[in-house]
Ligand binder design. Sequence first.
Ligand SMILES: [Zn+2]
Length: 178
Amino acid sequence: MGFCLVNNVAVAARHMQSEQGVERIAIVDFDVHHGNGTQDAFLGDDSVLYASLHQSGIYPGTGRVGEGGSTTVNVPLQAGSGDEEWIDAFARHVEPAVVRFEPELVLVSAGFDAHEDEDLYLVDIRVTDAGFRELAKRCAGLAPRIGVVLEGGYNLGTLSRLVSAALEGFGQESATAG
Ligand SMILES: [Zn+2]
């Protein structure tokens, strides 16, 4: 719909399946916008789980609870949500679904536009640097292998710092999962 010319994470998933013999892949998407293209790409394909945290009611308008198929997990959050709501939603909805799915690989759509200093139109989620570090750490605990694709994040004054915080988290496996 205009934000991305190529769906990098979808291409990565298909590449890992066709060229690297990986069968079961979970895509975890914490960009503030719903990944409607990724959801569509794997609709009806139970070898790829798609799980998304996103702000409810903004672009692209999709991602309601129950939308998609048996391997789709949509977790819309209200404007004004912060670390507590995002991490709680991740722990209650994303982690159990991914653990049940038993992926060989987790691919993360790592968007940083849910940050408290993001000023993109209508975006109002207040995840902190520490929140992204924690989300990343939890992602790393979900499968033996992880790949990460940079998605949104439009405040160039904070983006490099947030990527660094997330990389710290991705380097640490969570003790609570996996
Ligand atoms: Zn986004």
